[in-house]
Design a protein around this ligand. Structure first.
Ligand SMILES: CC(C)(COP(=O)(O)OP(=O)(O)OC[C@H]1O[C@@H](n2cnc3c(N)ncnc32)[C@H](O)[C@@H]1OP(=O)(O)O)[C@@H](O)C(=O)NCCC(=O)NCCS
Length: 157
């Protein structure tokens, strides 16, 4: 497995993964949005030895506070700490860009992701009522950057 910055040539694979991960009410990213984010934000991916995109993380950086906008790991690659490593990597990068904290929104019915974020230092600061298209609430979570327990490095795992 290799962790690296996404390139425009990765957009097709990222789009397919995005479609597999998120239903319409969870705002899956379009190809156009993915091209934009590859160019203007932080998008890191994990690529398997066979070239498959196993997971990715996207952080928005053209704002005062960085926001972890999306995180996903393909079903067959889950449970290997890949999400944890992608998150540690992007938080480290945000820290080095000068962002003091990271924000994110997560569905209140996604305990796995909430647990993962808590393990990385995030805590819930607010409940956002009916945030998603299906009426579900989100938690707004926040973490200080620079305090990650994991190394967060690019390259081969
Ligand atoms: C949430 C998601 C990114 C986790 O990916 P992953 O690579 O399997 O996660 P990791 O292996 O790094 O998990 C690290 C820790 O998070 C917690 N965790 C992750 N998924 C969990 C789940 N489904 N249930 C409970 N805890 C979970 C566990 O504590 C885990 O540590 P452990 O394996 O020692 O128990 C993945 O399930 C996914 O892509 N889901 C669909 C999209 C999504 O919900 N994205 C996040 C919201 S935007």
């Amino acid at each position: 497995m290799t962790l690296r910055k996404a390139l425009p040539g990765d957009v097709r694979g990222l789009y397919l993964l995005e479609q597999a991960l998120f239903s319409a009410e969870n705002f899956p990213l379009s190809k156009q949005s993915l091209y934009y984010h590859v160019r203007h934000n932080l998008l890191y991916l994990a690529q398997s030895e066979t070239g498959e995109i196993a997971g990715y993380v996207l952080a928005l950086v053209r704002r005062k506070d960085a926001k972890i906008y999306s995180l996903g790991v393909a079903q067959s690659f889950r449970g290997n700490k890949l999400a944890q490593k992608l998150m540690a990597l992007v938080m480290k990068e945000l820290d080095s860009l000068g962002f003091k904290r990271s924000l994110l929104e997560v569905r209140t019915d996604n305990p796995g992701a909430i647990y993962l974020y808590k393990s990385l230092g995030f805590s819930v600061t607010k409940r956002l009522e009916a945030f998603y298209r299906d009426g579900y609430d989100a938690y707004l979570m926040e973490a200080k950057n620079g305090g990650e327990k994991l190394p967060g490095t690019l390259g081969h795992l």
